[in-house]
Design a protein around this ligand. Structure first.
Ligand code: AMP
Ligand code: GLY
Length: 432
């Protein structure tokens, strides 16, 4: 049976999803987003410019194209109840309803849910609706804290004392008026990794671990970004972790789904591998961006067949992965994220990317070419038997991108950075 799939969202993550749908047997792709991503537009049979949070606009489009399935990329759409709205209109959306998406969209709910259900890996935390009370808590707390605005902040709202800021700066931050509700929690120390699971009808199917790089500059310096790039290995683990660490993370995701059986879509666990094993930094209710670009290209199982099983109330199929390593590097406009300069010409295209996959994110496609905006521009993904080879493929593509006005983190996936991660974990574990 042919499926008509409507994709919601227009970033690099969604270009990767569009590619996975286009490789599926018997699927026709339509897409909508607030931005015109030229990679998605090329793959889709139809594209419409619609805000990701415009539930009624999305329903109208879904009905007009006769969608039989929908895939929701960004959290803003989940938060706006787009999954619920599509369901009411008779279109199954692979993406949680607003109530279950709270696991991402409401950080106080997320921590209280973990505590209530005894889900392992929860740091000690307190929730606050009053900035003055939060400031007092920071003043009196003995140790470093992660300070998290309660709602969505595009990955840019968290501040960690003893890392990016001092406690005094933390107090100024909560009193600064940008946010009024917070979660304050113990600072976790270790190495971060992501595990994304396909979830529906109580089944949890996990994919290889990925490490994202949130900091803007090489050597993990500078402000947090949406993510500058990421890598995964040919196995399910990463070089700094054991199989037992991976299994502990999977167990946490399974416990979440046991406690929330109505959950469907991608459940993304972001973990800190500490000396005591993985702890939960957060859950997201969707694929990661960039992590989707590591995972979907090595998924050998037909992507749309997984969505169809989810919709039809079946157990999800076992997932097959190609046992290859991936390295994803984002090219961002010069000055990103603090002072981004738009308007630089992007010289690379799918052909000149060579062996690398090219995924567009936020670009301005004009008559005479493709230009940067003020957000992440595009990503290149190398896929090979080893991380080192995948890194070389990604770098070769970047070197053809046009240097003017673009920047990337060249250290992502290099042997030197991997060794630092391994040494860091050995040091933490040796301290025990
Ligand atoms: P989030 O927006 O929740 O993904 O957090 C952004 C970043 O803040 C994470 O990638 C971590 O680097 C950091 N972070 C969040 N929570 C903690 C924590 N409890 N301890 C240490 N770092 C954290
Ligand atoms: N890579 C982090 C995120 O998608 O939130």
């Amino acid at each position: 049976m042919t499926e008509t799939v409507l994709l919601i969202g227009g970033g690099g993550r969604e270009h990767a999803i569009a590619h996975a749908v286009s490789e599926s047997a018997d699927a026709t792709l339509f897409a909508c987003a607030s931005n015109r991503n030229p990679g998605i537009v090329e793959l889709a049979t139809g594209f419409e410019t619609i805000e990701e949070t415009d539930a009624s606009g999305i329903i109208d489009y879904a009905e007009s194209v006769g969608a039989t399935l929908a895939v929701i990329g960004p959290e803003s759409a989940l938060n706006a109840g787009v999954s619920d709205a599509l369901e009411s209109a008779g279109v199954y959306a692979f993406g949680p309803r607003e109530a279950e998406a709270r696991i991402e969209t409401d950080k106080a709910f997320q921590r209280e849910f973990m505590a209530e259900h005894g889900i392992p890996g929860c740091p000690t935390f307190e929730t606050f609706d009053d900035p003055d009370a939060a400031a007092d808590y920071i003043r009196e707390y003995d140790g470093d804290l992660a300070i998290k605005p309660r709602g969505l902040t595009g990955g840019k709202g968290v501040r960690v004392t003893g890392d990016q800021i001092t406690k005094v700066e933390g107090i100024d931050y909560v009193l600064g008026g940008d946010y009024d509700a917070f979660v304050l929690e113990e600072r976790l120390v270790g190495e971060e990794f992501t595990v994304q699971a396909f979830v529906a009808n109580g089944t949890v199917r996990t994919s290889p671990a990925v490490q994202d790089h949130k900091r803007a500059y090489e050597g993990d310096e500078g402000p947090n970004t949406g993510g500058m790039g990421s890598y995964s290995d040919a196995t399910f683990e990463l070089p700094f972790m054991s199989e037992a660490d991976y299994d502990a993370a999977v167990e946490i995701l399974e416990r979440v789904v046991d406690a929330m059986p109505a959950y469907r879509g991608i459940l993304y666990g972001q973990f800190m591998l500490t000396a005591d094993g993985p702890k939960v930094i957060e859950f997201n209710a969707r694929f990661g961006d960039p992590e989707a670009m590591n995972t979907l290209p090595v998924l050998d199982t037909d992507f749309v067949s997984v969505l169809r099983a989810a919709r039809d109330g079946e157990e999800l199929p076992e997932l097959q992965f190609s046992e290859q390593a991936t390295v994803c590097k984002y090219a961002v406009p010069a000055g990103y994220p603090t002072d981004p300069e738009a308007g630089a010409s992007i010289e690379i295209d799918a052909e000149s990317a060579g062996d690398a996959r090219l995924f567009y994110a936020s670009v301005d496609a004009r008559e005479d070419g493709i230009y940067t905006t003020t957000s992440r521009s595009f990503a290149v993904v190398g896929i090979a038997d080893t991380i080192a080879d995948a890194e070389a493929i990604a770098e070769a593509a970047l070197s053809r991108a046009g240097e003017e006005g673009l920047r990337a983190r060249h250290d992502i996936g290099t042997a030197a950075l991997l060794q630092r991660r391994i040494d860091h974990m050995n040091e933490l574990r040796g301290d025990r």
